[in-house]
Design a protein around this ligand. Structure first.
Ligand code: SF4
Length: 210
């Protein structure tokens, strides 16, 4: 099978996945309480991979990744409009969990389903060898893509961004906080993120989507 056909077949297999509904890892009590709707954009041509967390309810309903306020902030960080962001020649978008995981008792989104990454992530990454830059959005993506190179906290990891971006690692990894409104306080407390990291990020994006 040609490379693009393999990628297409993988996309279809992911779209058909119902593991969290039918065979939840932690048993019956942890069954996904709604119909799974995997949301991911695989691409044979994009040079940037956005490694997100998991869809929220709005994304689950629309089937469009980052179709929410977090996405608006992420696009602003990247310096791109919606047309560019949703162009699969520009960005592959592969979260750590492809389906909306539901809410916890406090009404917050649950973490990405633990079934998802072991099943699909390596296959998705292997199927897109052209990727040159991985943007790890949040702690779950940082844990998977950076492994032991990750620092003790999300703040420390993001603050060491030059170390990850400028080494010989291929693809390069740039850790970002999650663009959720919940991190607005974090952004205020860490002004170096906007002043130093974002200009470099926008420059890289401009080159890689051109
Ligand atoms: S979260 Fe991942 S493993 Fe679970 S049903 Fe969705 S695609 Fe399958």
């Amino acid at each position: 099978m040609a490379w693009e056909e393999e990628l297409q077949a993988l996309g279809k297999a992911i779209a058909a996945c119902r593991v969290c509904r039918d065979q939840p890892l932690r048993g019956e009590t942890d069954r996904l309480p709604h119909e799974p709707r995997p949301v991911a954009v695989l691409s044979a041509t994009a040079r940037i991979l956005i490694a997100g967390q998991a869809p929220g309810l709005r994304v689950h309903e629309s089937g469009l990744p980052f179709n929410d306020a977090s996405g608006d902030r992420l696009r602003q960080w990247l310096g791109v409009d919606r047309d560019s962001f949703y162009n699969p020649d520009h960005f592959a978008i592969v979260p750590m969990g492809f389906c909306f995981p539901g809410y916890d008792a406090a009404g917050s989104d649950l973490p990405p389903r633990r079934e998802c990454a072991p099943l699909w992530r390596q296959k998705a990454v292997d199927a897109m060898p052209q990727i040159e830059l991985v943007l790890t959005v949040g702690q779950y993506a940082q844990a998977w893509h950076l492994g032991p190179a990750r620092m003790a906290s999300m703040t420390e990891t993001v603050s060491q961004w030059r170390r990850y971006l400028l080494t010989n690692r291929s693809p390069a990894v740039l850790p970002l906080p999650h663009p959720s409104w919940r991190n607005s306080g974090w952004l205020k407390r860490n002004p170096w993120f906007e002043a130093e990291l974002l200009p470099v990020l926008r420059e890289r994006v401009k080159i890689l989507v051109s």
